[in-house]
Design a protein around this ligand. Structure first.
Ligand code: ATP
Ligand code: MG
Length: 254
C-alpha cells in the first residue's frame, strides 16, 4: 500500500525541504518507488531536485485548480531517482483562487488518488504556514512527519501544529496521525538542544525518531548543485543520517 506523508511545520527553515528531498532520494536508493510533491511556492524542493522552477509550464498549481492531471505534470528526476510534482511562485496564487472552489482542502488528495498506485511512498513538502496549501497536504496524507530544530520556541510552535492536525482529523481526514518528529540540524554540544530533545521525548515518546539529523554542511551545499546529498557526498554524515531515517521508516510496519 502507498504511504503518503506530509512533511510539515509552520515554522520556517526547520529542514522540511532538506528532509523531503533527502528522504525521497534515500527511499528511492533502496528501490522504493517515490513521488515528491512540492507544495511550496518557494519551489526549493523543485530546484533542489535539479529542476529549474523558472522553466516550468506545468506545476502543482494547475493540478490544484483542476487544469492539469498529476500524470501530465510529474517529472522524473535524475539522479534522485524519484518522480516530482514541481512548483514555483505561481502556486502562491492558488491560495486565493482555490477559496472559491468546491472541496478546496481536498484537491491535492483527489489529484493524487489517480496516480498513487504507481508509488510506495508519496512525500509532500509543505510551506511554512498553516494555510490552505498545507491543509491540502494534510488532507492528502496518511500521516505527518514533523522536522524540528531543538531550540527554545520549538515546543511552543509544535502545539499549534498538533492542534491543526487535530482539526484536520475532525473536519477532513479522520485517519491522519503523526508519523514522527525528526530532530534536524542537531548539535550535540549544545546543551539547550539536549534539553529540548529530552522534553520532546517526554512529550511524544516513541513518536520521536531515533535517527537524528546532524548539522552538516554537505546537506546545505547539495541544493546548490540541484542534487540530493546522496549524490553530492554519499559518505557525509548528512547523507548517512537520511539513509538511516529511510531505514527506520521502512522498519515500521504500517
Ligand atoms: P522553509 O520553511 O523556508 O520551507 P524548510 O523548513 O524547508 O524552510 P530547509 O530549506 O530544508 O528548511 O532548511 C533551511 C536551511 O537550512 C537551508 O539553507 C538548508 O540548506 C539548511 N539546512 C537544513 N538542514 C540542515 C542540516 N541538517 N545541516 C545544515 N544545514 C541544513
Ligand atoms: Mg521548505
Amino acid at each position: 500500500m502507498t504511504r503518503i506523508f506530509a512533511i510539515a511545520n509552520q515554522k520556517g527553515g526547520v529542514g522540511k525541504t532538506t528532509t523531503s528531498i533527502n528522504l525521497a532520494s534515500s527511499l528511492a536508493s533502496i528501490d522504493k518507488r517515490v513521488l515528491l510533491v512540492d507544495l511550496d511556492p518557494q519551489g526549493n524542493t523543485t530546484m533542489g531536485s535539479g529542476v529549474d522552477k523558472r522553466l516550468l509550464d506545468r506545476t502543482v498549481y494547475q493540478i490544484l485548480l483542476g487544469e492539469q492531471v498529476a500524470a501530465e505534470v510529474r517529472l522524473s528526476t535524475k539522479p534522485g531517482k524519484y518522480d516530482l510534482l514541481p512548483a514555483n511562485q505561481e502556486l502562491a496564487g492558488a491560495e486565493v483562487e482555490m477559496v472559491a472552489l468546491e472541496q478546496r482542502e481536498s484537491r491535492l488528495k483527489k489529484a493524487l488518488q489517480v496516480i498513487q498506485a504507481d508509488y510506495d511512498f508519496i512525500l509532500i513538502d509543505c510551506p511554512p504556514a498553516l494555510n490552505l496549501l498545507t491543509l491540502n497536504g494534510l488532507c492528502a496524507a496518511h500521516a505527518v512527519i514533523i522536522p524540528m530544530q531543538c531550540e527554545y520556541y520549538a515546543l511552543e510552535g509544535l502545539s499549534d501544529l498538533v492542534n491543526t492536525i487535530k482539526r484536520v482529523r475532525t473536519g477532513f481526514n479522520p485517519a491522519i496521525r503523526i508519523e514522527g518528529l525528526l530532530r534536524t540540524m542537531f548539535d550535540p554540544r549544545n546543551l539547550l538542544a539536549q534539553q529540548v530533545s529530552d522534553q520532546l521525548k517526554q512529550h511524544f515518546g516513541d513518536k520521536v525518531y531515533r535517527t537524528i539529523i546532524p548539522r552538516n554542511i554537505r546537506l546545505a551545499e547539495a541544493p546548490g548543485f540541484g542534487l540530493p546529498v546522496l549524490y553530492h557526498d554519499k559518505q557525509s554524515r548528512g547523507a548517512q543520517a537520511y539513509l538511516e531515517l529511510a531505514n527506520e521508516i521502512l522498519a515500521t510496519a504500517n
